[in-house]
Design a protein around this ligand. Structure first.
Ligand SMILES: C[S@@+](CC[C@H](N)C(=O)[O-])C[C@H]1O[C@@H](n2cnc3c(N)ncnc32)[C@H](O)[C@@H]1O
Length: 232
């Protein structure tokens, strides 16, 4: 099975829209981004190591600014059950696992065995294996096997699958829980492109803002985080 969410590992190829296309970091003004990076504190040494690995491999992880946002949300909600769609090598899941505390659980899903192996190694070293469950395979199929309800569902899989992820989350997120979608500004492509991934991001954004069971806000941090509070 091939997963292409990490196609955005590389700089986008030249297109006629190249001049209009923003890079990941340009969504936040570069100087503001640098300032935000500078004021970050309290990352664990292992998170720093994972972040450095992600940067070195050009692997699209959420980064520390968004990690702190997720930790903040999970702690504020006193979340104990979290579902993650698209876990990569475990960077975002590590922030959630730290936030849920003892007895909490982060259900991880990832299509590539090598990423799961690396994640298992990090969680072993962190002494947090009991807070995570690893699932290898299609995230949506694997997530179907968990009844929920979840306090938080975080979606970071291939963008063309976002509408199906929204349908799944509707069935598994508790009222009062938070649904999070990463890459909702899609490196600026939401302004210029019309490919399947971009259309799926736009469709999901519209559906979230139109849904009366969600109260949604789009935070333009990193590549854009849609935060949807389930209100009914
Ligand atoms: C952007 S990366 C995830 C990064 C991770 N959330 C983090 O911030 O640390 C997306 C990951 O999702 C995986 N993926 C994409 N689509 C998937 C799918 N439908 N099922 C399972 N894994 C998928 C890719 O293999 C990749 O590792």
């Amino acid at each position: 099975m091939k997963f292409d969410a990490c196609a955005d590992d590389k700089r986008p190829r030249q297109t006629s829209h190249e001049k209009n296309r923003m890079s990941d970091l340009e969504i936040t003004h570069p100087q503001i981004y640098a300032y935000l990076e500078k004021i970050l504190t309290e990352e664990t040494p292992l998170l720093r190591e994972m972040g450095a690995y992600g940067r070195a491999q050009n692997f699209p992880i959420i980064g520390a600014q968004v990690g702190r946002l997720f930790y903040f949300l999970a702690r504020a909600l006193q979340a104990s059950q979290i579902l993650e769609l698209g876990s990569g090598f475990g960077y975002s899941a590590m922030w959630f696992a730290l936030a849920v505390g003892a007895g909490g659980k982060v259900i991880m899903t990832e299509g590539k065995q090598a990423n799961v192996d690396r994640a298992r190694d990090y969680f072993t070293r962190a002494g947090l294996l009991d807070r995570v469950e690893f699932n290898v395979g299609d995230a949506l199929t694997r997530a179907e096997t968990y009844p929920g309800p979840f306090d938080i569902i975080f979606c970071d899989i291939d963008k063309h699958s976002y509408p199906q992820a929204l349908a799944l989350a509707r069935a598994k997120l508790r009222v009062g829980g938070i649904l999070i979608f990463d890459n909702m500004l899609w490196h600026g492509r939401i302004l210029t492109e019309n490919d399947a991934d971009t259309r799926a991001v736009l469709e999901t954004t519209r559906a979230l803002f139109d849904a009366n069971e969600f109260f949604t806000t789009l935070v333009p941090l990193h590549d854009g985080q849609a935060l949807a509070l389930r209100v009914k």
